[in-house]
Design a protein around this ligand. Structure first.
Ligand code: XUL
Length: 464
């Protein structure tokens, strides 16, 4: 069986067609917003804004990208008519505010400005709602973490909706539905509203993870009419799937094939990496480093840095996002004037077996950190940084990053296996430190596009 997975990420939209017997990606296509859709003015996936805390995008761009990626997929010679089901994911936390015309327009699929009660959608990089988070904290305190899986977070919908309602009350009043990008794209494909899944929905501070329903008290605090503006919730396996709208026949797809509820990119990656059982973790070493793992039961991070999302295969998953990831490693490499061979390998060979006590550790805080919360103070080391050799500095920075990750994820438990993915996973030195610190087997993942592949796997489950 062939299934289609779509990944609408921060800077691009990808489509993969996976053979569900072999798990092989047989066809793929991609659209880059900056390069392929310059008319939307989002070169890096968001509209430039003088205030670096404000990160928004034009929601029409995501729809155009979806149509274009299907056109490109068809052009590869992919047998579109043999695709049995569609699934997918989107960057987490981005919200789409639909007008009544937008909901009605889903059936025809003729997307234009009238669909959107809010022309600019906040995305996950937005951090402009600290004041609203403080108000939520003051009202709900520890209940937020214990019942929604996370403390009040700027990029999550609760604080974003509060701000929108205060600043643009008329536009809020004309909002008929607040979708996440994931549920909006699934709705567009189905030509009718689709639910929000518990994987992405948990990243809103609006879902009660104990009941898997909208959190009445929090929603009412934001606005008594908010629950009425939220879509339904889909829990794994509850059969809430859609059927592909006939308008996609123009790309050769068969109308009526199942559309699985879309999820967030991290939950989709968990599935795409084959790590949906507790005991495995995935470390994605990218612009920021993320750590996610399936959890045996619902529990929350007592320190409030890790999030709990729904696991699309059932149960829950954790997610920790550490901002000073690859960009910090690149900066240290650049400042030391060494090449990648030295940074990824030689530095670790030269320092192997060092008996220094305490072990040299350095924490890069070039950007304000979120896990843990720490201002941008530069390098903080437990040794004389300026006097140390380049190889000592490199190992110490990686040790610092990995030890911080281990400490921030200890609340989840121990792991038998860690999958490492993302650009820096090719470094034997970094993989060695991870194996040492986590005390388990470390495997590199072959799958690129693990989120899109996860979408295709979820489509296969929806097809039964
Ligand atoms: C997770 C998060 C990002 C986005 C974009 O909470 O904000 O990982 O999902 O990839």
């Amino acid at each position: 069986m062939l299934t289609l997975g779509i990944d609408s990420s921060t800077q691009s939209c990808k489509a993969v067609v996976v053979d569900s017997e072999t798990g092989v990606v047989a066809w793929s296509a991609a659209v880059n917003y900056g390069k392929d859709l310059p008319q939307f003015g989002c070169p890096d996936g968001f509209l430039p804004n003088a205030d670096a805390r404000v990160r928004r995008a034009d929601p029409r761009m995501w729809i155009e990208a979806l149509d274009l990626v299907l056109e490109r997929l068809q052009a590869t010679g992919c047998p579109m008519g043999e695709i049995a089901a569609v699934g997918g994911d989107a960057q987490q936390h981005a919200q789409v505010y639909l007008s009544a015309a937008g909901i009605a327009g889903l059936a025809s699929g003729n997307c234009d400005e009238s669909w959107f009660a809010r022309r600019e959608s906040p995305i996950w990089m937005d951090s402009s709602t600290s004041a609203e988070c403080a108000r939520l904290d003051a009202e709900f305190g520890a209940r937020l973490r214990e019942e929604t899986g996370s403390p009040a977070i700027e990029r999550f919908a609760a604080s974003q909706v509060m701000k929108f309602k205060d600043e643009e009350p008329d536009a809020y009043a004309s909002t008929a539905r607040i979708h996440l990008l994931s549920s909006f794209l699934a709705s567009y494909l189905a030509g009718a509203e689709m639910p929000i899944d518990t994987g992405d929905g948990a990243g809103m501070n609006l879902m009660n993870l104990k009941t898997l329903e909208w959190h009445r008290d929090i929603c009412d605090f934001i606005s008594p009419d908010l629950v009425g503006k939220l879509p339904q919730i889909a829990a794994p396996g509850d059969g809430k799937r859609g059927a592909l709208s006939p308008r996609f026949a123009k790309f050769g797809l068969k109308p009526g094939i199942p559309v699985a509820p879309f999820t967030g990119d991290n939950p989709a990656s968990l599935v795409g990496c084959g790590a949906w059982e507790p005991g495995c973790a995935v470390i994605s070493l990218g612009t920021s480093d993320t750590f996610f793992a399936a959890m045996a039961g619902f529990k929350t991070d007592p320190d409030g840095f890790g999030h709990v999302f729904g696991n699309p295969m059932g149960g829950f998953m954790s997610l920790s996002c550490i901002k000073n990831g690859s960009l910090a490693r690149e900066r240290v490499k650049r400042e030391l004037g060494v090449d990648w061979e030295f940074f990824d390998k030689t530095a670790f060979e030269l320092t192997a077996g060092s008996t220094a006590d305490p072990r040299p550790c350095a924490f890069p805080f070039f950007e304000e950190e979120i896990t843990p919360k720490h201002p941008a103070t530069g390098i903080e080391a437990n040794f004389d940084w300026d006097a140390a050799a380049p190889e000592v500095k490199i190992r110490a920075v990686v040790e610092g990053q990995v030890r911080n990750m281990r400490e921030r994820t200890r609340w989840i438990g121990d792991f038998k296996k860690v999958f490492v993915t993302g650009g820096a996973s090719k470094s034997a030195g970094i993989r060695g430190v991870i194996a040492d610190v986590f005390g388990c087997e470390v495997k590199t993942l072959e799958v690129t596009d693990s989120a899109a592949v996860g979408g295709a796997v979820l489509a296969a489950s929806a097809a039964g």
